[in-house]
Design a protein around this ligand. Structure first.
Ligand SMILES: [Ca+2]
Ligand SMILES: [Ca+2]
Ligand SMILES: [Ca+2]
Ligand SMILES: [Ca+2]
Length: 268
């Protein structure tokens, strides 16, 4: 683990360590379609869940045949990754790319092939306190310097090099597990994490639709047992994740999302 990476991650948050930060809004996407009372939540859509467990569906305008597999909101706009190569507007977005969506247009925030990463698939992303992109990949990635990011690792891409933020196996994550959802909770000085399989860690058992928090130096906590809140979601996997602890209006600041209130019934 590089000390530089931790230093970057923790800038601006040192004084808020262990602060209470119950999430106001959690945004999540699933790996497959799910049924709500008012319709289908597609795997390219986002479900917003507030602290009272009210639900709002967001559609990002993505093609219907693509899976949204990473999602986050930066100071510039909304960042996404997809599961398969997809034409979004005039941009070919590959699984390893991160597309930045703004009211003024879309652009690639991270271009995996231009970075020299072969067969890359970004499956989780978030932004640190300096709005720097943080990534996890679906498969092991090797950069031009020979640094390896496993799929349970969390990394920066800085200056053409991978910088480890979290070495997953050093933090107790089984090497068989993959981090597929990620959010830097600045107010709580912790990372929210979802896995793609059931994981036993820190005395917890987390299913793939659950959200845990990891705080460097403090360990693991459960943020949300999603199946307890959304009956019928046990068969689903949260494959994209974002949250807001302080200012829920942040979610809508880039202005392009649309939503409608819904209620959960069960997965199809
Ligand atoms: Ca999805
Ligand atoms: Ca992807
Ligand atoms: Ca991963
Ligand atoms: Ca998951």
């Amino acid at each position: 683990m590089t000390k530089l990476a931790f230093a970057l991650l923790l800038i601006g948050s040192i004084n808020s360590a262990q602060a209470a930060s119950n999430p106001t809004v959690i945004a999540m996407s699933f790996d497959q379609h799910a049924r709500t009372v008012t319709g289908i939540l597609a795997d390219e859509d986002v479900l917003l869940l507030d602290a009272a467990h009210n639900e709002t569906l967001l559609t990002l305008g993505l093609p219907a045949d693509v899976d949204l597999d990473a999602y986050g909101v930066s100071l510039s706009g909304t960042a996404i990754s997809v599961g398969t190569t997809t034409l979004i507007g005039s941009i070919v977005v590959e699984p390893g790319d991160v597309l930045l969506m703004t009211p003024g247009g879309n652009s690639l925030l991270f271009d995996a092939s231009a970075a020299g990463l072969v067969d890359a698939d970004v499956d989780a992303l978030t932004f640190d306190d300096n709005d720097l992109l943080i990534l996890s990949f679906a498969n092991a990635i090797v950069d031009s310097f020979g640094a390896i990011a496993e799929n349970e690792d969390i990394v920066y891409w800085l200056g053409g090099d991978l910088w480890t933020v979290i070495d997953g196996s050093a933090e107790g994550i089984p090497e068989s597990a993959n981090i597929d959802g990620l959010h830097w909770d600045s107010a709580g000085s912790r990372l929210w994490i979802s896995f793609d399989t059931t994981v036993r860690i820190g005395g917890l058992v987390a299913d793939d639709e659950d959200i845990l928090a990891f705080e460097p130096g403090w360990g693991w906590q459960e943020i949300l047992d999603v199946s307890a809140v959304l009956p019928g979601s046990e068969a689903l996997d949260i494959d994209a994740l974002w949250g807001q602890s302080v200012d829920a209006q942040l979610l809508f600041r880039d202005g392009f999302e649309s939503g409608s209130t819904s209620a959960w019934s069960s997965s199809p």
